[in-house]
Write a protein that binds this ligand. Structure first.
Ligand code: SF4
Length: 103
């Protein structure tokens, strides 16, 4: 519903914006983004933290994000930014303070 033909899409999910911000601040490197583990189980493991610090600020949280819907199917994956952040948290490259600073 956000797509308009001929217009550049300006909206981005909060997961992508947080990753971009961390890279811009040189808190993480591009290499760390690409090498972060993108594993579904990590997304579930860190869901409370990432929901609190990332998804609650996301414009897609309420209606459009299937992963954060009230009854997601078991294998529904989050956005790529969320997956990268879950890997970075798991590897202790970033912590809740880093995420809190991106609000
Ligand atoms: S998982 Fe969904 S709500 Fe969370 S940042 Fe990604 S798109 Fe937004």
């Amino acid at each position: 519903m956000f797509y308009k033909e001929g217009q550049k899409e300006e909206m981005a999910c909060q997961g992508a914006l947080v990753v971009e911000s961390l890279v811009r601040q040189r808190r993480i490197s591009i290499e760390q983004v690409y090498s972060s583990i993108k594993h579904y189980q990590l997304c579930i493991k860190h869901k409370d933290t990432l929901t609190r610090y990332v998804c609650r600020q996301c414009p897609f949280m309420k209606e459009d994000c299937d992963f954060q819907s009230t009854s997601p199917s078991d294998d529904l994956e989050p956005c790529g930014g969320y997956m990268v952040l879950a890997g970075l948290v798991e590897n202790r490259i970033i912590n809740t303070r880093d995420l809190d600073n991106q609000k």
